[in-house]
Design a binder for this molecule. Structure first.
Ligand SMILES: [Zn+2]
Length: 268
């Protein structure tokens, strides 16, 4: 964590999308196309420097279906998450709405994304300060907006939350996972397997002071968005980490695959 600098900028070219990773105009254009095609319902949570902080939801919620939330783009330089979500959306049909109540938060940190740097333009970390865990972190502007919509987010993630990050220092993949059990179960293992189709699993035994076992950091409660939602009642949670030292399009495909697996694992 210490060697990740908040204002170092990163940019990669995507052959799949024919643009650079920080091209927010292109991202928003394609996002509007996909959300219109799927008839997803927008829920604007606020604005950051003119960019919407926005959720997209199933056209009609069905009380009998699991409610799941997928988020990405909390750290601006971890660009394969949001582009991976676009790729994931491009492969969806409206069959999805008979399987889950879907909520998407594609781009949590638009100002960081457009600059290709980690923190938002105010120098805040958008993935800290959601839970009081003694790290002294306070919520960012994005965090305050999300916390102000706690009820909506808790309902949306009741049966699961997946958030997609990248590790800028890594050539290998790993997963933070939360399940109400002593050991990672089918939920966590399925997500890790989706990632390891694309990248080798990390050999690290410790990452950011957390013990890693076979690629999984299990039930580690920090002050992140995902830890907050699990602590607040989500049945399961995960944070995927793709390696930002690997090819950008491959990272996009891995993010799309882990989102597909999350949905498949949520309604079976
Ligand atoms: Zn991150």
């Amino acid at each position: 964590m210490n060697s990740r600098t908040p204002y170092q900028t990163f940019r990669w070219h995507s052959e799949i999308f024919d643009c650079y990773s920080n091209d927010i105009e292109q991202f928003e254009r394609q996002l509007l196309q996909e959300t219109a095609r799927l008839q997803l319902k927008p829920r604007v949570i606020g604005h950051i420097d003119g960019w919407p902080l926005q959720l997209w939801q199933s056209p009609a919620a069905n009380a009998g279906l699991p409610s799941v939330l997928i988020s990405s783009g909390f750290h601006g330089e971890e660009a394969a998450g949001p582009w991976g979500m676009l790729h994931f959306m491009s492969e969806l049909t409206d069959t999805i709405f008979t399987q889950v109540n879907l909520t998407l938060l594609p781009l949590a940190n638009p100002t960081g994304f457009s600059k290709g740097h980690r923190f938002n333009r105010f120098g805040e970390n958008p993935n800290r300060g959601y839970l009081s865990v003694g790290d002294g972190a306070t919520p960012s502007l994005e965090g305050k907006l999300l916390l102000a919509h706690a009820q909506l987010l808790l309902a949306a993630s009741r049966d699961g939350i997946l958030t997609c990050h990248e590790d800028i220092l890594s050539q290998q993949t790993y997963l933070y996972a939360f399940e109400p059990s002593k050991q990672p179960g089918a939920f966590s293992q399925g997500l890790l397997a989706a990632l390891t189709q694309y990248f080798p699993v990390t050999e690290a035994a410790v990452i950011d002071d957390c013990p890693v076992e076979n690629g999984i950091i299990f039930n580690h409660f920090d002050s992140s968005f995902e830890a907050w939602l699990v602590r607040s009642g989500a049945k399961a949670g995960a944070c995927s980490e793709t390696p930002a030292k690997a090819n950008f399009d491959r990272r996009i495909l891995a993010n799309s695959a882990v989102m597909q697996q999350f949905i498949a694992g949520s309604h079976n």
